[in-house]
Design a protein around this ligand. Structure first.
Ligand code: ADP
Length: 192
């Protein structure tokens, strides 16, 4: 099963992607995680994207497309995968269609985790106050606000782009984590 997980920063995509990964035993491909790992390892890609990510801007479509092409061709993706953080704009959605067509695969589910912007802003506020090991370099309030702005301009239009697709479903991301997981599970099982 090929699943696209859409939603703004702070909508709980990472948490729910882990839930799906455990349920279906398919890998969770997070472009954010892959890029952060490249930055950490100081690869060519990492060095190119480091400053852009630190500002909360989007990395160029070409660079992320290479990452995706490379990743989905690995053998652990044979039975499917969860895309988290990709596509992030219409151009990337069109590129994804081509990549999947080339390998003769189809998108099976498109999940949109819907969270009101006021709720996100308060989640962002508490995220910046956290002080744990997982805290990211781009989790400062200034950068989070920028990431949210980028989302509104570039990524939110994907909701409209996919809205006529029968595989698309908007899920209320403001319920509790376990309730959201249950709604996701129902949609994965039944397609409704
Ligand atoms: P968020 O929690 O804000 O959704 P991610 O972990 O998905 O964050 O991504 C972190 C950063 O990685 C983004 O702000 C952006 O710079 C870069 N990035 C991740 N995925 C993409 C993508 N598909 N296109 C462009 N940039 C991306």
């Amino acid at each position: 099963m090929i699943i696209i997980l859409l939603g703004p920063p702070g909508s709980g995509k990472g948490t729910q992607a882990n839930f799906i990964q455990n349920k279906l035993s398919i890998p969770h491909l997070s472009t954010g995680d892959i890029l952060r790992q490249s930055v950490k390892n100081e690869t060519d890609l990492g060095n190119k994207v480091k400053n852009i990510m630190a500002k909360g801007e989007l990395v160029s479509d070409d660079l992320v497309l290479d990452v995706i092409k490379e990743r989905v061709s690995q053998s652990d993706c044979n039975l499917g995968f969860i895309l988290d953080g990709y596509p992030r704009n219409i151009t990337q959605a069109e590129s994804l269609n081509i990549v999947l067509k080339d390998i003769d695969r189809n998108i099976d589910r498109i999940l949109f985790l819907d969270v009101d912007f006021e709720v996100l802003e308060s989640r962002i506020e508490s995220r910046t106050k956290e002080n744990n090991e997982e805290k990211r370099a781009d989790d400062t309030s200034e950068v989070l606000i920028k990431r949210l702005e980028e989302y509104k301009i570039q990524t939110a239009p994907l909701g409209e782009y996919y809205s006529n697709n029968k595989k698309f479903k908007k899920i209320n991301g403001m319920k509790s984590i376990s309730e959201v997981s249950l709604d996701i599970e129902n949609f994965l099982n039944n397609g409704i």
